[in-house]
Ligand binder design. Structure first.
Ligand SMILES: NC(=O)C1=CN([C@@H]2O[C@H](COP(=O)(O)OP(=O)(O)OC[C@H]3O[C@@H](n4cnc5c(N)ncnc54)[C@H](O)[C@@H]3O)[C@@H](O)[C@H]2O)C=CC1
Ligand SMILES: O=C(O)C1=N[C@H](C(=O)O)C[C@H](O)C1
Length: 279
């Protein structure tokens, strides 16, 4: 492979987008085709998808752009300096292993990961950087810090509930963002979310366990993503809220992460690292 192919003809970091026909995949492709900082060098879709073999520009309803959608992950990822991945947990784990072999940066937005998936990502991150966040927006990552601070400032007589709303197609609950916010609230209280988390309520649930953190999920229509962290005490309530109205906020964050990761060593990072919120 030539140097030009490795870095993209404009000398910009070459990015592969996985799940190219998806809601996030298409948003990323649009932004990358306009970007002056990064260059789209490949698009992956699952085998059998009818976009495989088609030019991505035409598949998205526009003019050809000279990039054909592929289901050959090994060959496509070999061209990348970074892979941006918003797909499914099973696909992301497989891409993590291939991206690490290619020593490229893997930016992961996929949510709904289980402990076994996370262990495989950690193994891949021993060879190349992985940047993963349940939400890539600036606003949510600031809200995470605020949630941690408010939870630390308020005593256990303040009940904490996380309420999220998403479009009808979302397959996982609670959302990745809701879990980030719940983890921040638990950290603020000096605890682990696994020890405080209350699963969905139904029937005779009994009174709310003191100090617990509850989650509720609404699914409907085309809601991009809305999150409330509710702190409720006797006589008053404090609500921290983030409303997403455009998926571009997630895609811009993911591209920023891919660029940030270019000079980073192997390891696991998140958006607070990318945005400098830990400094
Ligand atoms: N971290 C963040 O900021 C955000 C995370 N997400 C998460 O990203 C994920 C995707 O969300 P959407 O784009 O709304 O879903 P979607 O269902 O529209 O897109 C997923 C795409 O992945 C493709 N795919 C599945 N398996 C594949 C494989 N093996 N190889 C290649 N492509 C494959 C599907 O065919 C589909 O096109 C979800 O887990 C969602 O929660 C979504 C928005 C923001
Ligand atoms: O599936 C989505 O759409 C979104 N998923 C992420 C999550 O699970 O929190 C981020 C955003 O809320 C949109």
């Amino acid at each position: 492979m030539s140097d030009t192919e490795q870095t993209g003809s404009a000398g910009l970091p070459g990015i592969v987008v996985t799940g190219g026909s998806g809601r996030m995949g298409q948003m990323l492709i649009r932004l990358l085709l306009e970007s002056t900082q990064a260059r789209l060098v490949g698009v992956l879709e699952r085998s059998g998808h009818d976009w495989v073999g088609r030019d991505i520009g035409e598949a998205m309803g526009g003019a050809p752009v000279g990039i054909v959608v592929s289901d050959d992950a090994v060959e496509t990822i070999a061209r990348a300096q970074a892979v941006i991945d918003f797909t499914s947990p099973a696909a992301t784990v497989a891409f993590a292993e291939l991206t690490a072999q290619a020593r490229a940066v893997h930016v992961i937005g996929t949510t709904g990961m289980e402990a076994g998936d996370l262990a495989r990502l950690s193994a891949a991150a021993r060879h190349a950087p992985i940047i993963r966040a349940g939400n890539m927006s600036l606003g949510v990552n600031l809200l995470v810090g605020l949630t941690r601070k408010v939870a630390a400032a308020l005593g256990e007589d303040w009940d904490i509930e996380v309420v999220e709303s998403h479009h009808r197609h979302k397959v996982d609950a609670p959302s990745g963002t809701a879990l980030m916010l719940g983890e921040a609230a638990a950290e603020g209280r000096g605890a682990r979310l696994d020890d405080l988390r209350t699963a969905a309520r139904e029937g005779i649930t009994g009174a709310r366990p003191e100090g617990s953190i509850g989650f509720s999920a609404i699914r409907g229509g085309d809601v991009v993503g809305e999150h409330d962290v509710i702190f409720a005490a006797d006589g008053e309530r404090l609500v921290l809220r983030h409303l997403a109205t455009d998926r571009a906020i997630f895609a811009r964050g993911a591209i920023r992460a891919a660029l940030w990761g270019q000079d980073k060593g192997p390891g696991e990072y998140d958006m607070s690292d990318v945005l400098g919120l830990n400094d």
